[in-house]
Write a protein that binds this ligand. Structure first.
Ligand code: PHE
Ligand code: ZN
Length: 899
């Protein structure tokens, strides 16, 4: 890998990566402009001849008129001229004449009025070795691999590269040198293979299921693998393979086990079985995203496949399981039923995220998973919805589709699916799913089709619910309540506000707790909030405390109508709520109150006492039987979550105030926390051999929260010494990566008397990683997140480290993107953090527009900061916008931010 400072900017691929935007102005595409294709490719054969520095792709397209469209006319094929070089185009062996029978534009080929039954043959050359965008066919380590979603297939061959063209990929022939590239994989079933002259070999694959081009995949490389089988309920035996670079095959077992669990879960929960005889997964180091659900041949970022006890943390294991599940579940929600057009992306992504969340919850702990997911919605999706890239889960327009693989489409989309589930119940939801597959299997459909299936299967009207698909922004729900002792009526008034003209249909789950006894007197009930303001009445026997929005039943911000939170009620709920999620939530709100009071210099003793009470009770473990929930209840809300509570975000003040409250808690309960730490250390030890079940994970999580509190006490030299010793001991005795990382992140922020231990641990961690990429990534990240005054200089220096490169997205993100999450450093008043990112983006955009535009998202919310910070961020955006050439991806992000 090249280091940052020597990153080449002169290869042809780099120049061509942005050539398009030099010649053509970026075009915005609108959802309502959808038109079906007049011609369809119903079948395709391909031949890949892979040679060093040149791959020749021959394609045969079988063309038929689309019976649902009148008129016929020209056939338009997508093709990216910066990537594919056309060598020949012919019909029935006859070369076509340019200008007469076909035309070529930078992004398309136009075949003049093809007759029904035409078989069009094209030959193109591509250079995967120079493809740094990682879209199309590219090289990663010892393998060639493809990535086609959303629009990468046009970087492999000329084709109607959109999801409403479903074709049978009948014969995909891959040919390469046998010694260098022994493994040849594509979608579907292997139908032929053999040796050729000159040490070459080939394999032919056939996929019986018609699919859009974005689900095509090919992998050609020198790989190791593990194998297993799975027998479906109906008795089909499926051969499973998980592949990686040879030296990593010992880290594939957890992925394989997760795959089998996913297959079983989808049968049990949704009655969905796998449909091919083969299921392969390949781990690839250079990958823009997490993973890709190509039919029968998933391609994964190594970070979501490779895991073993020495190198993966508990969170890594959980992510592997979740993402393996996610891609597997796409086989039905994505592949068997796909999207008609890219505006419908949430149709497959929101639904599949919901499914993977449920799967992970069932495998571990549903309550813990829900807390983690909600933390994510609040920190990431709410932030996106409050910035210039806010969009409905079904966007109305895009310049580059790659920019719409967002938290909104994915996780808010999943929240919308969850609301169907809440409104219709598990059985009703299942009925809707069954009808959805019955109606749409084998086709590309819209979000409206999904909604209609849910409505029809349950005989309900969901027309008002459909507004969730067109409304951007985070809605608010304000509540007020009153109790009439004379009638025993408790009334709860809810008022909603959103960017929709008409009120949304919001399911609000509510339970009522008796004020005196603390008993739950009204169990969780789903209220249908359908008007802008609505009052709900309950008959109760005495005054109650409402527990509202249980389980986060809708992706909204809940707030008291009066503006002031009722801390007494929160304290009550933090102690008494029978709903685990809302008990956690009440504690979080109390912490939030206290942090903001600290920030405004108006600390109330009473609030602090509530916080202390809640913390102490949780620490003692009252009402909690799950270590993970206990851990999450002891953690203060993240800086990102706190930011969303401010009109004008002050990252430095948030960091300070949060740190101050943390210190207060740590000092007040130092003995108890220490004791708990020791007690848990005993339990962890007794737990023996590291295992990744919910209980062991919880133990480690809770113990590491204790460590974090203890290590936050480091004002005096003696305290620094003690903290460093504790963390060092934790590091040395760590039984796995989770504990090692917890210790290392505490150490990474140490100064004074802690400096020596810090430097020692960082070096030791690096040496132990022994060059293994995913652990080296952690080493970069932990330093980028350090809470040190000179962290930016350290990060800059790390960009010159021999292991750093912008070309491998994981590595780039591990240092640079992670740095942007270090809020006080990135948002340093000097503006140096912004400048660093701005300058780096200039380099990165030439290499990989998808990664550059994602990184640029860290700069776009400039209106949310005070004038000084905002102006500094804006200045970087303006520089980028003026940059020539600039990728479409980056252009869209910066121009929308400056609008
Ligand atoms: N469709 C993939 C998923 O969510 C994500 C992805 C999108 C991967 C675009 C690569 C490119 O599972
Ligand atoms: Zn997905």
């Amino acid at each position: 890998a090249e280091s940052f400072s020597t990153t080449s900017t002169t290869s042809t691929a780099l120049n061509s990566a942005v050539a398009e935007s030099e010649t053509t102005a970026p075009v915005e595409v609108f959802r309502t402009d959808y038109k079906p294709l007049p011609h369809l490719v119903t079948k395709i054969n391909m031949d890949f001849v892979i040679e060093n520095g040149k791959t020749t792709v021959t394609s045969e397209l079988f063309i038929e008129p689309n019976s649902s469209v009148e008129g016929g006319g020209d056939l338009v094929l997508d093709g990216d001229e910066s990537c594919v070089k056309l060598m020949s185009v012919s019909i029935d062996g006859k070369e076509l004449e340019k200008g007469k029978e076909y035309d070529l534009e930078p992004q398309k080929m136009i075949i003049k009025s093809p007759a029904p039954g035409t078989v069009l043959k094209t030959v193109v050359e591509i250079v995967p070795e120079e493809n740094t965008q990682l879209s199309g066919l590219y090289k990663s380590g010892p393998m060639y691999c493809s990535q086609c979603e959303a629009m990468g297939f046009r970087r492999i061959t000329y084709y109607p590269d959109r999801p409403d063209n479903m074709a049978v990929f009948e014969n995909i022939r891959l040919e390469a040198d046998e010694k260098d590239y022994p493994v040849l994989l594509s979608n579907g079933n292997l139908v032929d293979s053999g040796k050729l002259e000159n040490g070459r070999h080939f394999a032919s694959w056939s996929d019986p299921f018609p699919k859009p081009s974005y689900l095509f995949a090919a992998v050609v490389g020198n790989l190791g693998y593990i194998e297993d089988t799975y027998t479906t309920t109906s008795g089909r035996e499926v051969k499973l393979g998980v592949y990686s670079e040879k030296e990593n095959v010992d880290k594939l077992h957890y992925a394989m086990d997760s795959l089998k669990r996913s297959m079983k879960w989808d049968e049990d929960k949704f009655g969905l079985e796998y449909d091919l005889d083969l299921y392969n997964i390949v781990a690839v180091e250079s990958f823009n995203m997490g993973a890709m659900e190509n039919k029968g041949l998933n391609v994964f970022n190594t970070a979501y496949v490779l895991a073993d006890k020495d190198t993966a943390s508990d969170a890594d294991f959980e992510r592997v399981e979740g993402v393996i599940g996610h891609e597997y579940f796409h086989n039905w929600t994505g592949n068997r039923v796909t999207c008609r057009d890219w505006f419908q992306l949430t149709l497959k992504e929101g639904l599949t995220v919901f499914r993977d969340q449920e799967f992970s919850g069932d495998m571990n702990s549903n309550a813990v998973k829900r807390i983690e997911d909600v933390r994510m919605v609040r920190a990431r999706q709410f932030a996106e919805d409050a910035g210039p890239m806010a969009h409905p889960i079904r966007p109305e327009s895009y310049i580059s589709m790659d920019n719409f693989y967002t938290a909104t489409v994915y996780v808010k989309g999943a929240e919308v699916i969850r609301m169907y589930n809440t409104l219709l119940g598990t059985e009703g939801f299942r009925k809707g799913m069954d009808l959805y597959f019955e109606r749409h299997d084998g086709t590309g459909v819209t979000c409206d089709d999904f909604l209609q299936a849910m409505a029809d299967a349950n005989d309900v009207d969901l027309s008002q619910f459909s507004l969730w698909y067109s409304t951007p922004g985070t809605p608010t729900v304000k509540y007020s309540s009153a109790y009439d002792a004379s009638t025993g009526v408790f009334s709860l008034t809810l008022e909603q506000e959103s960017k929709s003209d008409k009120p949304l249909h919001i399911p609000v789950s509510v339970g009522l707790m008796d004020k005196e006894s603390g008993e739950e007197v009204v169990p969780t009930t789903v209220l249908d909030l359908k008007e802008s303001k609505q009052t709900f009445e309950f008959n109760v026997k005495g005054d109650v405390v409402p527990s509202i929005l249980r389980d986060f039943s809708a992706p909204v911000k809940l707030m008291p109508d009066s503006g002031a939170v009722d801390e007494e009620a929160l304290a009550f709920l933090a102690a008494e709520d029978t709903d685990g999620f809302n008990r956690w939530e009440a504690g979080q709100r109390l912490y939030t109150s206290s942090i903001f009071q600290n920030m405004n210099g108006k600390e109330s003793e009473k609030t602090l006492q509530y916080v202390f009470d809640a913390f102490e009770r949780t620490l003692k473990g009252e009402k909690l039987d799950d270590y993970s929930i206990q851990a999450y209840a002891l953690l203060l809300p993240t800086e990102a979550t706190l930011s969303e509570e401010m009109e004008i975000i002050d990252p430095t003040a948030i960091h300070k105030a949060r740190g101050a409250v943390k210190q207060k808690i740590a000092r007040k309960f130092q003995n108890e926390i220490s004791a708990k730490y020791e007690e848990l250390s005993g339990l962890v030890e007794a737990d023996g051999e590291l295992s990744v079940d919910a209980k062991s994970i919880g133990l480690r999580r809770l113990r590491n929260v204790m460590l974090e509190y203890l290590c936050s006490i480091k004002e005096t030299p003696e305290e620094q010494k003690a903290a460093a010793e504790l963390a060092k001991k934790h590091f040395e005795n760590a039984s796995g990566m989770t504990d090692k990382m917890a210790a290392l992140s505490a150490l990474a922020s140490m100064e004074g008397k802690g400096t020596e231990a810090r430097d020692w641990a960082l070096q030791k961690f690096y040496d132990d990683a022994d060059g293994y990429s995913l652990v080296v990534d952690k080493w970069f990240s932990v330093q980028a997140l350090a809470n040190l005054p000179d962290v930016l200089d350290r990060v800059k220096k790390l960009t010159k480290h021999p292991d750093f490169t912008l070309e491998v997205p994981n590595r780039c993100r591990s240092l640079v993107s992670v740095f942007t999450m270090n809020a006080p450093a990135f948002h340093n008043p000097s503006g140096e953090g912004y400048k660093f990112i701005g300058e780096l983006l200039v380099e990165l955009d030439k290499l990989n527009p998808q990664v550059s535009s994602r990184l640029a998202s860290s700069l776009i919310r400039w209106r949310r900061y005070d004038e000084k910070l905002g102006a500094l961020m804006k200045a970087e955006l303006e520089k980028l916008k003026a940059m020539k050439p600039i990728s479409e991806d980056l252009y869209e992000i910066v121009s929308k931010a400056l609008d």
